[in-house]
Design a protein around this ligand. Structure first.
Ligand code: SF4
Ligand code: SF4
Length: 175
């Protein structure tokens, strides 16, 4: 706003608006409500199915809006991709690129972590926190990664090979 002293001696517009730097800062806070339609599926699946409650989008409840806190996502998210898989508009996306997985919401990166690699075939298994989560959740029924860091396909092959006593014909590098 224009300084009151200046307003007394000029017809200059009182509202000056934002500087370029301020405009850029404000634009970074935009949550692109034209992409996210506030259905809440992402929050529900993360909280109720994954048991992590990593998404804090306070604006989803119009009647009782709360706080949005993206830091919670960075702390709790395991980058499983369940929220992205259930988002009907593509507002929330998981991407594997250059050896890391990122979770982004309307273009803003909420969480990122290096991808762990399958010991046998070198395909991406997932971030370490995702691997830990799967290990803990499946402990009661056996080791999900056959005692090593293997992708789902190589675990299947390793299990089949151990039962038949025959090594798989391809992907033999890490066996
Ligand atoms: S990717 Fe992160 S935020 Fe999304 S469901 Fe999985 S843990 Fe929750
Ligand atoms: S990000 Fe997707 S799933 Fe989540 S509230 Fe917005 S539109 Fe719905």
């Amino acid at each position: 706003m224009l300084n009151p002293d200046r307003r007394r001696i000029t017809f200059q517009q009182v509202e000056l608006g934002l500087s370029e730097a301020e405009t850029r800062d404000e634009a970074r806070r935009c949550v692109r409500c034209d992409i996210c339609k506030r259905c809440g599926r992402c929050m529900a699946v993360c909280r109720d199915k994954m048991g992590l409650d990593a998404l804090q989008f306070g604006y989803l409840d119009i009647d009782q809006p709360g706080f949005s806190d993206f830091r919670v996502t960075a702390e709790r998210c395991i980058l499983c991709g369940a929220c992205a898989a259930n988002c009907p508009t593509g507002a929330i996306v998981v991407t594997d690129r250059d050896g890391e997985r990122t979770l982004s919401f309307c273009g803003t990166i909420l969480c990122r972590e290096k991808l762990e690699i399958c010991e046998a075939c070198c395909t991406a298994v997932g971030p370490a926190r995702y691997v830990d989560y799967i290990r803990k959740r499946t402990r009661s029924v056996g080791d999900a990664f056959a005692g090593r860091l293997l992708c789902a396909e190589c675990v299947r092959r390793a299990t089949a090979a151990s039962k038949s006593g025959v090594l798989p014909p391809e992907r033999t590098r890490g066996w």
